[in-house]
Design a protein around this ligand. Structure first.
Ligand SMILES: Cc1cc2nc3c(=O)[nH]c(=O)nc-3n(C[C@H](O)[C@H](O)[C@H](O)COP(=O)(O)OP(=O)(O)OC[C@H]3O[C@@H](n4cnc5c(N)ncnc54)[C@H](O)[C@@H]3O)c2cc1C
Length: 493
């Protein structure tokens, strides 16, 4: 019992934590409520013959530190070229260069990419290290300050200017045309309850760009396959279809968990990959948990704003010139993206949802056919009247209308579809608030404040209880960072 660690949830962070702890000699049991491993990254069949690469689709942010520490072997490919409407009926193509845009925008992209590459090392250091501890040693603060200073005065000042900005202002500094700005800015809205005109949204884009590398061939599902193999090879066991009903605490320390079946499992440490609200309020309970911890967990903000549409397509989409479209972003202006969020803020379905779509062929669809994986931003968890069938139909129709503008005839190729709104993501995947990152990436919910000052370093005030999912530093996304740092925190104690 003294060396047994229970991990709650077999999403990718639970697998990373479990594999690292098993490799360090702990007896690890990963307990998962669903019948599949991988959480949001698991491959699923959504229509006969068609499967996803995961509910999420971008596998470019897995931390190299996770790959190295677990010895994962993953095939890579460059990230796809992004297609986006050019505002005149055609498509821009944004990769290392910008096709179909003005020379000012083309040179803006070069400057944008150069800046990202210059500051990448600092952001990566922040993401790979435990969060700065304002109440502990000043060493981590000094180390971060030193890394920023080593950029040189000009770059340091540029970084300090960009980070607190609205992403719309940052885009206007770099680019000339609205469609280009909208296309490059859109990922900044991932996991935020804001539009592009709000301050600090530039940070979200900057972090995302800095963490993106070549993507893993096979997508998130391939990452999950590699993590399952690593966890099992190092001796961890994975139990599926078992919901953890309570995390048990005696005095001020954790003693294990009780499953929904009533079975009790003893452990000296428990790592929960659920949100603080689900873990502390839901599984530990307000009687056993310290009052301050319960209060902080209750105020954790998890207002989901992303819906997911999976499409089974009779043919893969292409441009008018016949080039395959692998990624499509909507939005011909920053104002359009802001208006989409306005609707979400006022609990309405946006007239023009902001969408990012990926298209896949090969393993996920029958020969000659394709799948579409569409993230619909500005689809709020709460809408007036609730997510009725009518509301879902409206969201679907408006999303397809936006996609058809750039890919005429796409709707005619749809053989089947699956739409999940944030309330579905919560009920079917166990994600608090249906929030893609288990909690908003707002400035007061990052670094040592993710998810609260008392749990910002993965250990909680309850001895032996740790948090290690996307609601902890360094945040959401298929990075493995939270699971890795949670495992390090367990081993440090
Ligand atoms: C629609 C959508 C699109 C996204 N797109 C991207 C993207 O393209 N790129 C990217 O990097 N990130 C994306 N994300 C974010 C990313 O998917 C998440 O941040 C990350 O996958 C979460 O991993 P996790 O291991 O922390 O949690 P999860 O994957 O949520 O795993 C938690 C696990 O805990 C299980 N569980 C819940 N309750 C219990 C219980 N009581 N007992 C036992 N088990 C339990 C759940 O079933 C689940 O398997 C997206 C998310 C969503 C929802």
């Amino acid at each position: 019992m003294s060396q047994r660690v229970i991990i709650v949830g077999a999403g990718h962070n639970g697998l990373v934590a479990g594999a690292l702890l098993a490799a360090a000699g702990r007896q690890v049991e990963i307990i998962e409520a669903r019948d599949v491993v991988g959480g949001l990254a698991a491959r699923e069949t959504f229509a006969e013959g068609f499967s996803t690469v995961g509910l999420l689709h971008d596998a470019s942010r897995l931390r190299p530190s996770v790959v190295k520490e677990l010895g994962l072997s993953l095939e890579r490919r460059p990230r796809p070229t992004v297609c986006a409407p050019d505002g005149a009926g055609g498509l821009l193509r944004i990769g290392d260069t910008l096709e179909g845009a003005t020379p000012t925008d083309a040179s803006g992209l070069v400057a944008f990419r150069r800046f990202v590459n210059e500051v990448r090392g600092v952001i990566e250091q922040l993401m790979d290290s435990p969060a700065i501890d304002p109440r502990g040693s000043l060493w981590s603060l000094f180390r971060t300050g030193w890394a920023v200073r080593r950029l040189g005065a000009d770059r340091m000042i540029h970084l300090l200017q960009v980070a607190p900005k609205a992403v719309s202002d940052w885009m206007r500094d770099e680019f000339a045309s609205e469609p280009v700005m909208a296309a490059i800015a859109q990922p900044a809205l991932d996991g935020l309850f804001t539009g592009p005109w709000s301050s600090h949204t530039a940070t979200n884009l900057l972090v995302r760009e800095c963490l993106s590398n070549d993507e893993v061939v096979g997508g998130p599902a391939a990452v999950v396959d590699a993590l399952i193999a690593a966890a099992k090879a190092k001796g961890a066991t994975i139990r599926l279809g078992e919901r953890v009903a309570t995390i048990n605490v005696e005095g001020d320390r954790v003693t294990g968990v009780t499953l929904a079946s009533g079975e009790e499992r003893k452990a000296s440490a428990v790592v929960s990959t659920l949100s603080p609200r689900q873990t502390i309020v839901g599984l530990v309970g307000h009687v056993a948990a310290p009052h301050k911890l319960v209060a902080a967990s209750r105020t954790w903000r998890v207002r989901g704003t992303t819906a997911k549409l999976d499409l089974a397509l009779s043919t893969a989409p292409s441009t008018s010139a016949g080039a395959p479209v692998e990624e499509l972003r909507s939005g011909t202006s920053l104002a359009e993206l802001e208006k989409a969020f306005d609707a979400a803020k006022h609990r309405r379905v946006p007239d023009r949802p902001a969408v990012i779509a990926r298209f896949f062929t090969g393993q996920s669809a029958p020969q000659g056919k394709a799948t579409g994986s569409v993230l619909i931003h500005a689809a709020p968890y709460t809408i007036d009247g609730g997510w009725t069938d009518d509301a879902r139909e409206t969201l679907l129709a408006r999303t397809l209308a936006v996609l058809n503008e750039s890919l005429p005839g796409l709707s005619d190729t749809i053989e089947a579809h699956r739409l999940l709104v944030p309330t579905d993501i919560e009920s079917q995947y166990g994600v608090d608030g249906g929030h893609i990152h288990h909690g908003e990436h707002a400035p007061d919910q990052l670094l040592f404040m993710r998810p609260s000052i008392d749990c910002g370093h993965h250990a909680t005030p309850i001895e032996g209880l740790y948090l290690g999912g996307s609601s902890t530093h360094p945040g959401g996304g298929l990075t493995g960072g939270p699971g890795r740092l949670a495992a390090h925190a367990v081993l440090k104690r």
